[in-house]
Design a protein around this ligand. Structure first.
Ligand code: HEM
Length: 178
């Protein structure tokens, strides 16, 4: 997982709960990286899992809810760092259906070792967009946070229905309905 994801996670935690808690969760986890991340470096995904589980225990917030808030938070980071991806689409459906074949392809050019999910568009018309998320990192609630903020960004009113296709959360169907 890219270091940028870790540094943004710490910023979110610091903003919401203060720097002491960032320190505490790093201490708690006994990380190989010792909690030192550079934006361009790559670190084990397992370290992010440890940090989120620790925060979840300390704050008594379920892990999926934390991932959801983190997705919403990271949307704004992506928007300020990579505005061209957002300007390339006129509406939310075009933006979402470009994740797999455009946005994450460009991400891989910038960071060849990025670990990205599959995000296939399986149905698209005026009123409906169906996306299938697939990743062994099981971060679908993170994806949901990004999708919700995407709808807000394009000022579109739509409902997102989430259906688990695999019990372990590694494959999820998002139905976005206008
Ligand atoms: C609504 C839009 C987007 C969705 C739903 C989405 C979805 C995701 C998800 C779910 C992950 C976590 C990895 C996994 O589940 O396997 C991820 C990682 C990532 N995405 Fe996207 N993404 C979106 C837009 C973007 C944009 C605009 C960028 C801008 C460059 C971006 C860059 C990245 C990066 C850098 C990672 C981390 C890769 C790593 O740590 O190795 N994504 N994305």
């Amino acid at each position: 997982m890219k270091g940028m994801v870790f540094t943004e996670f710490f910023e979110m935690v610091e903003g919401q709960y203060g720097y002491e808690l960032v320190d505490e969760i790093i201490e708690d986890c006994e990380l190989e990286s010792e909690g030192i991340y550079t934006a361009v470096g790559t670190y084990p995904h397992a370290e992010m899992v440890q940090l989120i589980v620790s925060l979840s225990q300390k704050k008594n917030i379920p892990v999926p809810d934390l991932l959801h808030s983190f997705g919403r938070y990271l949307f704004d980071t992506f928007l300020s760092k990579y505005p061209s991806f957002f300007h390339a689409a006129d509406n939310a459906f075009d933006f979402f259906s470009s994740i797999q074949d455009y946005i994450h392809v460009e991400v891989l050019k910038l960071y060849p070792d990025a670990q990205l999910p599959e995000f296939r568009t399986i149905l698209k018309d005026e009123k409906r967009l169906h996306l299938v998320y697939e990743s062994e990192r099981k971060m679908s609630t993170f994806a949901l946070g990004l999708l919700e903020k995407g709808l807000e960004y394009y000022k579109e009113d739509a409902e997102v229905i989430v259906e688990n296709l695999e019990e372990d959360g590694s494959k999820v169907l998002f139905k976005i309905l206008k």
